[in-house]
Design a protein around this ligand. Structure first.
Ligand SMILES: *Cc1c(COP(=O)(O)O)cnc(C)c1O
Length: 381
């Protein structure tokens, strides 16, 4: 294990108690009926798939979803028995592992249904699959008018079981008028496809369409199961329910502290010049940990409840913060970069023209994850 042999000061604190509360908030919002499927793809959006999945299942989540076969196998090797949806399409060569791991692929074409059925048959299994209908996302799935025929093929296959029928929404997170209309159209196409499946005398299984945006903005998309990812990780729509708390908090500790004189410069490229005599703290975190370098000059960190701007460029492994001339902050004191009381990953993302998902997924494996259930804030409060 090259990574995390020693506990670094830089770590991602994963507040599992917040995750449990976020799940409860979503349950309160959607009512008792719909099942919850929690996407734990990309190592649970960077939070760590197994601890997140175990906490989610304990909090009443019934399904998990991953993107790759390896991600699904990781859950199985941790002893997780819950159904695991496979959202992306693995190679045909990976289908024996899909069958062996009892992962449930989303299937949107006949050729792939045949391949999955063959792999399941060879493994002596009956594989649960979900039919994926492309109602306007344009990524994977069959056209709505082809759903009934594909459902009939799956339902008749001795090694396949049609456990569900799903679609994915392209603009469900946008409250703009045109986007609300587009989501309405997608849902209408989905209802038409499901109607066709039922008229063919086939049970479509669990119906599911809602990602986080739909849970917030589209009640009619809840159906039998919802699949909110980012909302469960604590990034909702400001002012909207459910209110959720960020699960990830990126923290570190000051590794070096010094006085600099007015006119001295800090970091590569000399982009920052001390406007006055001041105190500079060095933090052992940088873009090599996944803190985007493009935040240089546009990020403040939290120490003892106060905010301090970074000085100069973020380096690979370190960055510097300006504590001002009169500070009594000491070396080794804790620092929060985001989450907790600091700006959230969503705030950082907004400054970079991206989304919170990319920030949390980007915190890489050099950063140890520390799992907490205690409800305490991170070290910097
Ligand atoms: C990732 C994903 C989700 C979750 O999306 P969020 O925006 O995080 O809620 C739901 N469904 C599918 C098919 C996905 O790929």
């Amino acid at each position: 294990m090259p990574y995390n042999t020693f506990m670094r000061s830089t770590k991602a604190v994963i507040h599992l108690d917040r995750l449990s509360r976020n799940i409860a908030a979503i349950r309160a919002k959607i009512g008792p009926e719909p099942l919850i499927c929690m996407p734990v793809k990309a190592d649970a959006y960077g939070h760590g798939a197994v601890p997140v999945a175990l906490t989610a299942l304990e909090a009443g989540v019934r399904y998990l979803a991953v993107a790759t076969v390896d991600e699904g196998i990781e859950l199985r090797e941790a002893g997780i028995k819950a159904p695991v949806l496979l959202l992306s399409i693995p190679l045909p060569d990976e289908l024996p592992a899909v069958a062996a791991g009892d992962l449930s692929p989303l299937i949107g074409d006949r050729e792939y249904a045949e391949a999955a059925g063959r792999a399941a048959g060879q493994a002596g299994k009956r594989l649960s699959v979900h039919l994926k209908v492309d109602t306007g996302m344009g990524r994977v799935g069959c056209p709505p008018e082809a759903a009934a025929e594909l459902a009939a093929f799956i339902a008749a296959h001795p090694s396949l079981e049609l456990a569900g029928t799903a679609t994915h929404l392209a603009v469900a997170d946008s409250p703009a008028e045109a986007d609300l209309g587009y989501t309405g159209e997608q849902l209408a196409r989905f209802r038409a496809a499901v109607g066709g499946i039922r008229r063919a005398g086939i049970d479509p299984g669990l119906l599911h369409a809602a990602n986080s945006g739909a849970v917030i903005f589209h009640k009619e998309a809840r159906l039998d199961m919802v699949r909110p990812g980012i909302l469960l990780y604590g990034y909702g729509a400001p002012g909207k329910t459910p209110e959720v708390e960020p699960v990830m908090e990126l923290v570190t500790r000051i590794s070096f502290i010094k006085r600099v004189k007015a006119g001295e410069t800090v970091s590569y490229g000399r982009t920052w010049t001390a406007p006055r005599d001041t105190v500079i703290a060095t933090l052992p975190v940088g873009y090599g940990d996944g803190l985007p370098r493009r935040l240089s000059g546009n990020l403040s960190v939290r120490i003892r409840g106060g905010m301090y701007p970074l000085a100069g460029r973020i380096c690979m492994d370190q960055c510097m913060a300006d504590l001002g001339p009169d500070t009594d902050i000491q070396r080794w004191e804790p620092v929060t970069i985001f989450g907790g009381g600091a700006p959230s990953a969503a705030d950082l993302a907004a400054r970079l023209g991206t989304i919170s998902y990319e920030i949390t997924c980007g915190i890489n494996k050099r950063v140890p994850r520390e799992y907490r259930h205690d409800g305490n804030a991170g070290p910097a409060g």
